[in-house]
Design a protein around this ligand. Structure first.
Ligand SMILES: Nc1ncnc2c1ncn2[C@@H]1O[C@H](COP(=O)(O)OP(=O)(O)OP(=O)(O)O)[C@@H](O)[C@H]1O
Ligand SMILES: [Mg+2]
Length: 265
């Protein structure tokens, strides 16, 4: 059972203030982890450190006990895939070609795609409901369509661990739930998944574990199951606004509502 473990991470950008101080996080195969917290809390920073894009000043990131930084970039890409928060490429490639790029860690620079690679790409296009888009020019897609194609591309990478930074921020209601269902299914198939989202209610419904980050503590303010983390007192303090939490009438998972002081004094 694979796992990606970040221990005692301290990170600051250039000469700026510390963003993360002594942060621990773990993404285990079979589990769906949600990283939540206000804007600027350090969620994207933590994911970039955990995928090996940025080195922390202190602490370590290990995949199955070996430092992520001891692996070559191709070895790392076969284990951990990262979907950044905002990708706005200007290249002109078809959707099919963009998803093929995800096979790069398996195919390499000099070999051509084999039948198996084609099959993986087609399966990932289907899983993300992108098959109808495959011949389209990526640069001409809507924001949400692009987001789904990029998810297909990192699935085609076939890593053990997926780190996704706000993968559903541009998706409509239906596709949001489809992506979270897909991520849940992938964890059942053995993937480990960490997902950053501002949608606390959907995270509560699908995720096994949550980390709530806050800039006031430069790291993890609360962690545990969604019910343990999504508590009125914790959320009201971290988001600096009054919230109510009640059980979702259908799923029973925590349902967070922000109270608008003017309408619900
Ligand atoms: N490249 C950078 N150089 C300097 N500071 C940065 C850089 N990237 C992020 N920061 C700062 O680090 C802090 C954490 O940013 P980060 O992007 O990790 O937050 P976040 O939790 O992902 O927020 P959001 O929900 O808005 O995406 C912020 O104060 C931000 O301004
Ligand atoms: Mg972010």
């Amino acid at each position: 059972m694979h796992e990606l473990v970040a221990s005692h991470i301290t990170f600051a950008y250039a000469s700026g203030p510390p963003i993360l101080v002594d942060v621990n996080a773990q993404v285990a195969c079979g589990k769906l982890l949600a990283l939540v917290g206000p804007n600027g809390a350090g969620k994207s920073t933590l994911l970039r450190v955990m995928c090996g894009l940025m080195r922390p000043q202190r602490g370590k990131v290990e995949f199955d006990g070996a430092s992520l930084f001891s692996l070559s970039s191709l070895e790392r890409a076969r284990r951990v895939a990262f979907l950044p928060q905002a990708v706005n490429p200007t290249f002109s490639l078809s959707v099919f070609e963009v998803v093929c790029l995800g096979r790069y860690p398996h195919v390499g620079a000099l070999r051509t795609m084999r039948q198996k690679d084609h099959d993986v790409v087609l399966r990932c296009l289907q899983e993300t409901r992108c098959d109808a888009l495959r011949a389209r020019d990526f640069s001409e897609l809507s924001g949400g369509e692009r987001q789904r194609v990029l998810i297909a591309a990192i699935l085609a990478q076939e890593p053990d661990i997926l780190l996704l930074d706000e993968p559903t921020s541009l998706l409509d209601l239906h596709h949001q739930i489809e992506v979270f269902s897909l991520l849940k299914r992938l964890t059942r198939e053995g993937y480990g998944v960490a997902v950053v989202t501002h949608d606390l209610n959907t995270a509560a419904r699908f995720c096994d574990h949550m980390l709530l980050l806050s800039s006031s503590v430069h790291g993890v303010k609360a962690e545990g199951t969604p019910s343990e983390v999504l508590q009125e007192s914790i959320l009201s303090e971290v988001y600096e606004t009054e919230v109510k939490v009640c059980p979702h009438p259908i799923t029973g998972t925590p349902l967070v509502t922000v109270l608008d002081a003017e309408r619900y004094p």
